[in-house]
Write a protein that binds this ligand. Structure first.
Ligand SMILES: [Fe+2]
Length: 311
């Protein structure tokens, strides 16, 4: 008998989980992972996703990711328990997966990274709809992101990036004119979001003569992990900060333009450069367009700048 029938709930399926709806209604963001609520169909979704990704990871993923998957001892057969993942992850880099009920406002998200916490979605996509999902799910977060967090240079880069959010909030706070503050913060957050997108989510890595994948959006997509490497329609360029922060992107189709680095030390140095540019005002007026910065994201930076708690 399935968990659905036993508990009268619909498991922890993305957009269909009463547990998550209830947490949101109560205003909760950080939650626990009610593991018993996963239905057989949820585990089946994990099993199928993992089984079909494994050969593609071996072919297209960067070496740090493959090592990370091994270090985490992920069970291919069932949805992982975050506490088990953390037991392997934490001793390596101090990072921990932290369960969340839904969208985390931008400042809080970046600030979690600074503290080596990774906001982690606990729901999983439907077993009969494995391909496209606009929302993150536990497969994207745990199988796509977390293996990268086992790598010290990558983990340190994330922390460093998280620190920039604090700098952005301080810069915002230093601007007295309210309109000017909003305009500048919006531009800085947009630049940060673009950087995150073209590196952490969709970054490529050159390993010798081979192009590999390190971005989690690619690592958790069965179709795009192959497409981004094999397709002649994808433009792949060495990363340039001025391009990345001014480049809009769309999230509902395969990416036509990607950027590569040849090491995580290089990525770390780009975050340093981003900091310098933020201080110098070079992020104050980036090119308009996607991603849109919503009011909640802006507010999260302003509250942090004014010394309020965002977690
Ligand atoms: Fe992601």
């Amino acid at each position: 008998m399935s968990t659905e029938t036993n508990n009268g709930v619909r498991g922890l399926t993305t957009t269909e989980a009463p547990f998550i709806e209830q947490a949101k209604n109560e205003g909760l963001l950080y939650i626990h992972q009610p593991y018993d609520l996963y239905s057989e169909s949820n585990h089946e979704a994990w099993r199928s996703l993992y089984a079909r990704m494994l050969p593609r990871w071996k072919k297209y993923a960067n070496a740090h990711f493959l090592k990370g998957i091994e270090s985490l001892c992920l069970d291919p057969n069932q949805v992982p328990r975050l506490e088990d993942v953390n037991q392997f992850l934490c001793p390596l880099t101090g990072f921990k997966a932290k369960a969340v009920a839904g969208y985390v406002p931008a400042y809080a998200f970046f600030d979690c990274l600074r503290n080596r916490d990774f906001p982690t979605t606990i729901t999983i996509r439907r077993a009969d709809k494995l391909d496209y999902l606009p929302e993150p799910d536990i497969f994207h977060d745990i199988a796509g992101h977390v293996p990268m967090h086992t790598d010290k240079a990558f983990a340190d880069t994330l922390v460093r990036f998280g620190e920039l959010a604090r700098l952005a909030a301080e810069i915002g706070e230093s601007i007295k004119d309210e309109h000017e503050k909003l305009v500048r913060l919006e531009s800085i957050i947009k630049a940060m979001a673009r950087f995150f997108w073209f590196t952490i989510e969709f970054g490529l890595m050159r390993e010798g003569k081979d192009m590999k994948v390190y971005g989690s959006g690619l690592l958790s997509s069965y179709g795009e992990i192959e497409h981004c490497i094999e397709s002649p329609n994808v433009q792949r360029y060495p990363i340039q900060l001025e391009w990345v922060i001014n480049q809009y992107f769309e999230i509902d189709h395969y990416q036509p333009l990607l950027f590569w680095v040849d090491s995580f030390d290089r990525l770390f140095s780009l975050v340093d450069q981003l900091e310098t540019w933020m201080k110098d005002g070079r992020l104050n007026n980036v090119s308009p367009g996607e991603p849109l910065v919503n009011e909640e994201d802006l507010k999260s930076f302003m509250i942090a700048g004014a010394g309020g708690s965002v977690n």
